[in-house]
Ligand binder design. Structure first.
Ligand SMILES: Cc1cc2nc3c(=O)[nH]c(=O)nc-3n(C[C@H](O)[C@H](O)[C@H](O)COP(=O)(O)O)c2cc1C
Length: 200
C-alpha cells in the first residue's frame, strides 16, 4: 500500500486533508461549529431518504463528558479524552412502513450512517477541525448509560477537535500519528467481472 498522501488522479484537496489524528488540543468547541458539522451529516443521502442516523454528543466542558469518555475502550480513552466533543453515531435498524406497509428490518442503516459520518468528517476538516471515528467502544454500556432503544444500532464514536502537537501523545502512539496512504485505484476498481487476483 502506498504510504504517500498524493492522489493518483485530480480530486478536491478536502479528501486528502481529512485524516484521523489522535493528538487533540483539549479545548472547547463552539456549539455553532458542532452544529455546522452535524448539519453536513444531516444532508447525507440515505436509502428511501429514511435518514436512519441519530447523533448523541457531549462537549468536554459539559456534565455529559465523563460518562461519554467512559464508553470508549481503554486504547481510545488514552487519546480521545483530549477531544473537544465526543459524538456517538446510532442508526435505526427499523425502516418505517409506508402506505399500510408494515415496518421492516433495514439492511442499509449502517451503510447510510457511514455516509453521514463521512460528511461530518469532511465538514469538520473544512472548518479546520479533525474527526476521528472509533469502533472501539463498549456498545452495551452505550445502550445502558445513554438509554439507547434496542432498535438503534450503536455504530461508532467520533472524536472531534483541533489537532494538537504529537508530543501530547503517549510514546507508543507518536509513531502512528501520520496520515495514511491507500491502495492504488487499479487494485480496487476494475472493469467487468470480479478480478481473481483480488483474493489470491
Ligand atoms: C468505522 C471506523 C472505525 C475506526 N475505529 C477506530 C478506533 O477504534 N480507534 C482508532 O484509533 N482509530 C479508529 N479508526 C480510524 C482508522 O484507523 C483510520 O480512519 C484509517 O486508518 C484511515 O486513516 P485516516 O482516517 O487517517 O485516513 C476507525 C475508522 C473508521 C472509519
Amino acid at each position: 500500500m502506498s504510504s504517500s498522501r498524493l492522489a493518483g488522479h485530480p480530486i478536491e484537496s478536502l479528501f486528502l486533508d481529512r485524516w484521523s489524528p489522535r493528538s487533540f488540543l483539549p479545548e472547547s468547541m463552539p456549539q455553532s461549529d458542532l452544529e455546522t458539522v452535524l448539519e453536513a451529516a444531516r444532508w447525507a443521502p440515505s436509502a428511501f431518504n429514511i435518514q436512519p442516523w441519530h447523533f448523541l454528543y457531549a462537549h468536554r466542558d459539559s456534565a455529559h463528558w465523563q460518562p461519554f469518555v467512559s464508553l470508549l475502550d481503554e486504547f481510545n480513552r488514552l487519546w480521545a479524552a483530549d477531544a473537544s466533543v465526543l459524538v456517538l453515531l446510532l442508526s435505526d435498524s427499523v425502516m418505517p412502513g409506508e402506505g399500510g406497509r408494515p415496518d421492516r428490518i433495514s439492511t442499509l442503516n449502517s451503510f447510510d450512517a457511514g455516509a453521514a459520518w463521512v460528511q461530518l468528517a469532511l465538514q469538520a476538516t473544512a472548518l479546520g477541525y479533525h474527526a476521528h471515528a472509533m469502533a472501539g467502544i463498549d456498545r452495551d454500556r452505550v445502550r445502558r448509560i445513554l438509554a439507547v432503544p434496542d432498535r438503534f444500532k450503536v455504530e461508532i464514536a467520533i472524536a472531534l477537535g483541533r489537532r494538537g502537537p504529537v508530543e501530547r501523545l503517549a510514546e507508543p502512539l507518536r509513531a502512528r500519528e501520520a496520515a495514511s496512504g491507500r491502495r492504488p485505484l487499479a487494485e480496487i476498481a476494475t472493469p467487468g467481472m470480479f478480478p481473481s487476483e483480488r483474493v489470491a
